[in-house]
Design a binder for this molecule. Structure first.
Ligand SMILES: *Cc1c(COP(=O)(O)O)cnc(C)c1O
Length: 427
């Protein structure tokens, strides 16, 4: 599409947007008594207006039934987690039995690594992206230590080429090739939290398997953002959080994916708990663990229903919108943002902002990361004053994520105007 940098054009895109009414389903934070321009849905998604009712329902059922709520609540708590796989199957591209909602993200990453990072004398290395999200780096290091290994010998980071801000798939494949015989696990983010780069998951997974390694993904910035086909790509395991693009509230429950080929294999080592045990005999309180033959077999504890109810409220909105429609609008929003930033550079006859997110549509989702080459902090302060909520990362990157459920094209236009005016006033 040929974009234009005018408010009329941006408003026209909003008028034509078939998802535009979904914005009314969310609370938009106010700044200076005006709706903010909220571009941090990649960090904490906004609250659906329906969430309060979902949480209140569970509080009411708890008040009315006490312990009987496990079986008599409107959505009985004993099986509450079973409400999620159908919704998430469409979002992550998996079979329902491959999905379980439980715990938090870093916890799930550890649980899955316990099962799927099984180093031997010959194969012990972990190949991952350089500058992975810190929690993931700590998880990889501590898993190595748990196995009595030195993280320095274990972790192989793939870096961007000199001068580039994102990683070439060819370099990932080369690392897998080089370390293939010694690699136990290849694990990447689906989308890098800093650059916004979408990794070529299918290609990476195939190469990992050809090298004889297991392949997993941390989808914190991918779930609810980009199209995924975890089952068909043959991914071994994955996990994600629900509070970023999935709008399910701070510290919300996490999701985990375990490929069909493993779910009924009770010989896979795991940290086990009673909620992963066979449902029919769970309350017989026996002492022999017999895992449920689905991803549920990795559960430890009974479900945190209050935070799960917020997740349910949000997933119903995703289902109503249709995930592929959201993905398409997300791509259009980020394409318009990239266009606006390029126009600013152009009109100032000077590159003042470098886009460090890949421009190729298949290598990015909603997030665009801007390296501010000039007056970054001043521009960011002006954005804050004008009611824009974005994310500043030292030394000088602004991460911006317009999301399809509640952001508008006009907000992107306004964002560009604030930046351009600030730069012109400085000059
Ligand atoms: C947001 C994020 C986390 C956060 O982990 P929690 O356990 O949810 O606190 C971890 N990893 C990645 C890649 C993230 O983007």
């Amino acid at each position: 599409m040929n974009f234009e940098k005018t408010i009329e054009f941006a408003q026209k895109l909003d008028e034509k947007d078939t998802l535009k009414h979904f914005r009314d389903k969310f609370y938009i934070p106010m700044v200076n008594e005006k709706e903010s321009i909220y571009f941090t849905g990649n960090s904490l998604g906004l609250q659906p207006k329906s969430t309060q009712d979902y949480v209140l329902n569970e509080l009411e059922d708890w008040a009315n039934y006490g312990v009987e709520g496990h079986f008599h609540a409107r959505n009985p708590w004993v099986s509450y987690h079973e409400l999620f796989p159908e919704f998430l199957a469409a979002i992550v591209g998996a079979l329902p039995e491959e999905i379980v909602v439980m715990n938090q993200l870093t916890v799930n990453l550890h649980l899955l690594m316990i099962s799927f990072y099984r180093p031997t004398k010959q194969r012990y290395k972990i190949i991952c992206e350089a500058k992975a999200f810190p929690s993931d780096q700590y998880a990889f290091q501590s898993q190595a230590i748990l196995h009595g290994l030195n993280p320095k010998d274990v972790i192989i980071e793939v870096h961007p080429k000199e001068g580039s801000s994102y990683i070439d798939t060819a370099d990932i494949l080369e690392a897998i090739n080089t370390h293939g015989n010694e690699t136990a696990l290849v694990i990447f983010g689906g989308v890098n939290y800093y650059s916004g780069q979408v990794f070529e998951m299918q290609t990476i997974c195939k190469a990992a398997h050809e090298a004889g390694a297991i392949c997993g993904f941390d989808l914190a910035h991918a779930a609810g953002n980009i199209a995924l086909e975890l089952h068909d790509w043959n991914v071994d395991f994955a996990c994600w959080c629900s509070y970023k693009y999935l709008n399910s509230g701070p510290g919300g429950v996490s999701g985990a994916f375990i490929h069909q080929r493993y779910i009924s294999d009770s010989s896979i080592p795991r940290l086990s708990g009673w909620w992963g045990h066979d449902k029919d005999s769970r309350f017989k309180m026996g002492n022999t663990f017999q895992p449920i033959p689905t991803a549920e077999g990795w559960q430890l504890s009974n479900a945190p229903v209050l935070s799960m109810s917020a997740h349910l409220a949000s997933l119903e909105i995703f289902a109503e919108a249709g995930f592929h429609h959201l993905v398409n609008k997300g791509k259009q929003l980020s394409a318009y943002l990239i266009f606006i930033i390029n126009e600013i550079n152009h009109s100032l006859n000077n590159k003042v902002i470098e886009i460090i997110t890949p421009s190729n549509e298949n290598e990015r989702g909603c997030q665009v990361s801007l390296l501010m080459l000039k007056d970054g902090k001043k521009i960011f302060d002006e954005l804050i004053k004008a009611g824009v909520i974005a994310d500043w990362r030292e030394p000088n990157v602004i991460r911006v994520a317009p999301v399809p459920l509640y952001n508008r094209f006009e907000e992107i236009y306004t964002f560009g105007e604030i930046i351009q005016n600030t730069l012109q006033n400085i000059q």
